[in-house]
Design a protein around this ligand. Sequence first.
Ligand code: IMP
Ligand code: MG
Length: 178
Amino acid sequence: MNQDLAYVMISEEEIRSRVREIGLALTEEYRDREPMLLCIMKGSLVFTADLMRCLDLPCTLESITLSSYRAAATIPGDLSLTTPFEVDVSGRDVIVIEDILDTGRTLSYVMGLLKAQNPASLKLVVLLDKPSRREAAVEADVVGFTVPDEFVVGYGLDYNQKYRNLPCIGVLKPSIYS
Ligand code: IMP
Ligand code: MG
């Protein structure tokens, strides 16, 4: 699979060390609280699994499934909830965990749904931020890495549902798209 990559943008080691750093900071910040981790499936599965093991805190885990890339795999399409939104976040300290903040359409939608339920607090943690592509007004509280406008795969992020299991984050060779 690595042979499908034009280059590695963020190595496995860099990811591990940044995830540990974020975990330490959140552990400090949420001391004496019991946050609810909300994993936005499927892209955030790998990041959530690693990050939660760096939290030295009691916490609960919920997930919601969304899909936004419909027709063409790399062009944002209509957003839809694949499963009904059944998570009750009222009164909870919610930490939303997402793989990438791109146009922001997904997260502005999700954060809106969550805010309407009056959580005690709401924090947005994203592994990657692509600020150059932003369309909706949403910013993350914690960003793992700011990345340029390139379509990336690995560590949970997919191209046509593949490459999620790559341990690093990289850019695919142009030949893969044709
Ligand atoms: P947004 O709504 O445009 O911010 O993007 C939301 C979703 O698009 C993310 O949660 C990802 O699943 C997907 N996405 C955006 N950029 C990339 C990328 O570079 N690689 C893989 N998936 C991406
Ligand atoms: Mg996603």
